[in-house]
Design a protein around this ligand. Structure first.
Ligand code: UDP
Length: 237
């Protein structure tokens, strides 16, 4: 199988990891995801995963009642670590060689994110799962995903969402909603209705010409279809 991308960044939100549950992690779904990622690896593509933490804590929603925004964001970053650790074990349990790297100081629980170390793991055929977002408050893991993709020379960011791409209106509310196969960064940044990814992340991707594919990762073979260049989801470039 010839692949279009040799190295990809997959962004998984906390909400997706919760699967059938309202919060926390759905281990069956995580195991299924490990198998989907394995297919991509077998095809010859290196995979870096940035995980969100919204299944436990979102800083903007948690702040208040005495909890400062910065503290709430710290809690959110810790939530991403919870997901990264769980996902790493579940992937390894599925025989997918995986390493968890942390963008916050957490030496007892994970290796620190070091550029060279991440590259070494990838070259050895390991999946690299990064927790801790960017390590700074007032940011999201979407922005962290774009930064990480740039830092590790990924050719694309795969942004996994509930729906299978970007629509002209909410497909859950409008039956006649139409999916865009492709969008310009300009359009995605300027259109206030496009909320699939935060604008800071889109702005950085635009500035650095890092393409983003918005797609449904929970459909069988979808990740593999993206990496071989099939038309899946919406490409923002
Ligand atoms: N967060 C942060 N800095 C980062 C990434 C994340 O402060 O670089 C915090 C922020 O509070 C955010 C929470 O971690 O709400 C969880 O991340 P995110 O909302 O991106 O998770 P997702 O929605 O993808 O599950």
């Amino acid at each position: 199988m010839s692949v279009k991308y040799q190295r990809i960044l997959l962004k998984l939100s906390g909400e997706q990891l919760a699967g059938k549950f309202d919060s926390g992690i759905d281990p069956e779904l995580a195991a299924w995801l490990a198998k989907e990622v394995k297919k991509v690896q077998n095809a010859g593509t290196e995979v870096i995963i940035m995980v969100g933490g919204g299944n436990f804590v979102r800083g903007a929603q948690t702040a208040g009642h005495g909890i400062k925004r910065v503290t709430a964001d710290h809690m959110g970053m810790l939530a991403t670590m919870v997901n990264a650790l769980a996902l790493t074990d579940i992937f390894e349990n599925q025989k997918v060689k995986t390493r968890c790297l942390s963008n916050i100081f957490a030496e007892q629980v994970a290796e620190p994110f070091v550029h060279r170390l991440a590259n070494k793991h990838l070259e050895k055929g390991r999946v690299v799962i990064v927790g801790g977002g960017t390590g700074r408050p007032y940011m999201t893991t979407d922005t962290g995903a774009v930064v990480l993709a740039l830092e590790l020379d990924c050719q694309v960011v795969l942004k996994a969402t509930k729906v299978d791409g970007v629509y002209d209106k909410d497909p859950a509310k409008h039956q006649d909603a139409k999916k865009h196969d492709a969008l310009s960064f300009q359009h995605a940044v300027e259109n206030a209705h496009i909320k699939v990814m935060d604008k800071a992340a889109l702005g950085l991707a635009m500035e650095q010409s890092m393409p983003i594919v918005v797609f449904d990762a929970l459909k069988e073979n979808n990740i593999q279809d993206v990496i071989v260049g099939k038309l899946v989801g919406t490409t923002i470039s």
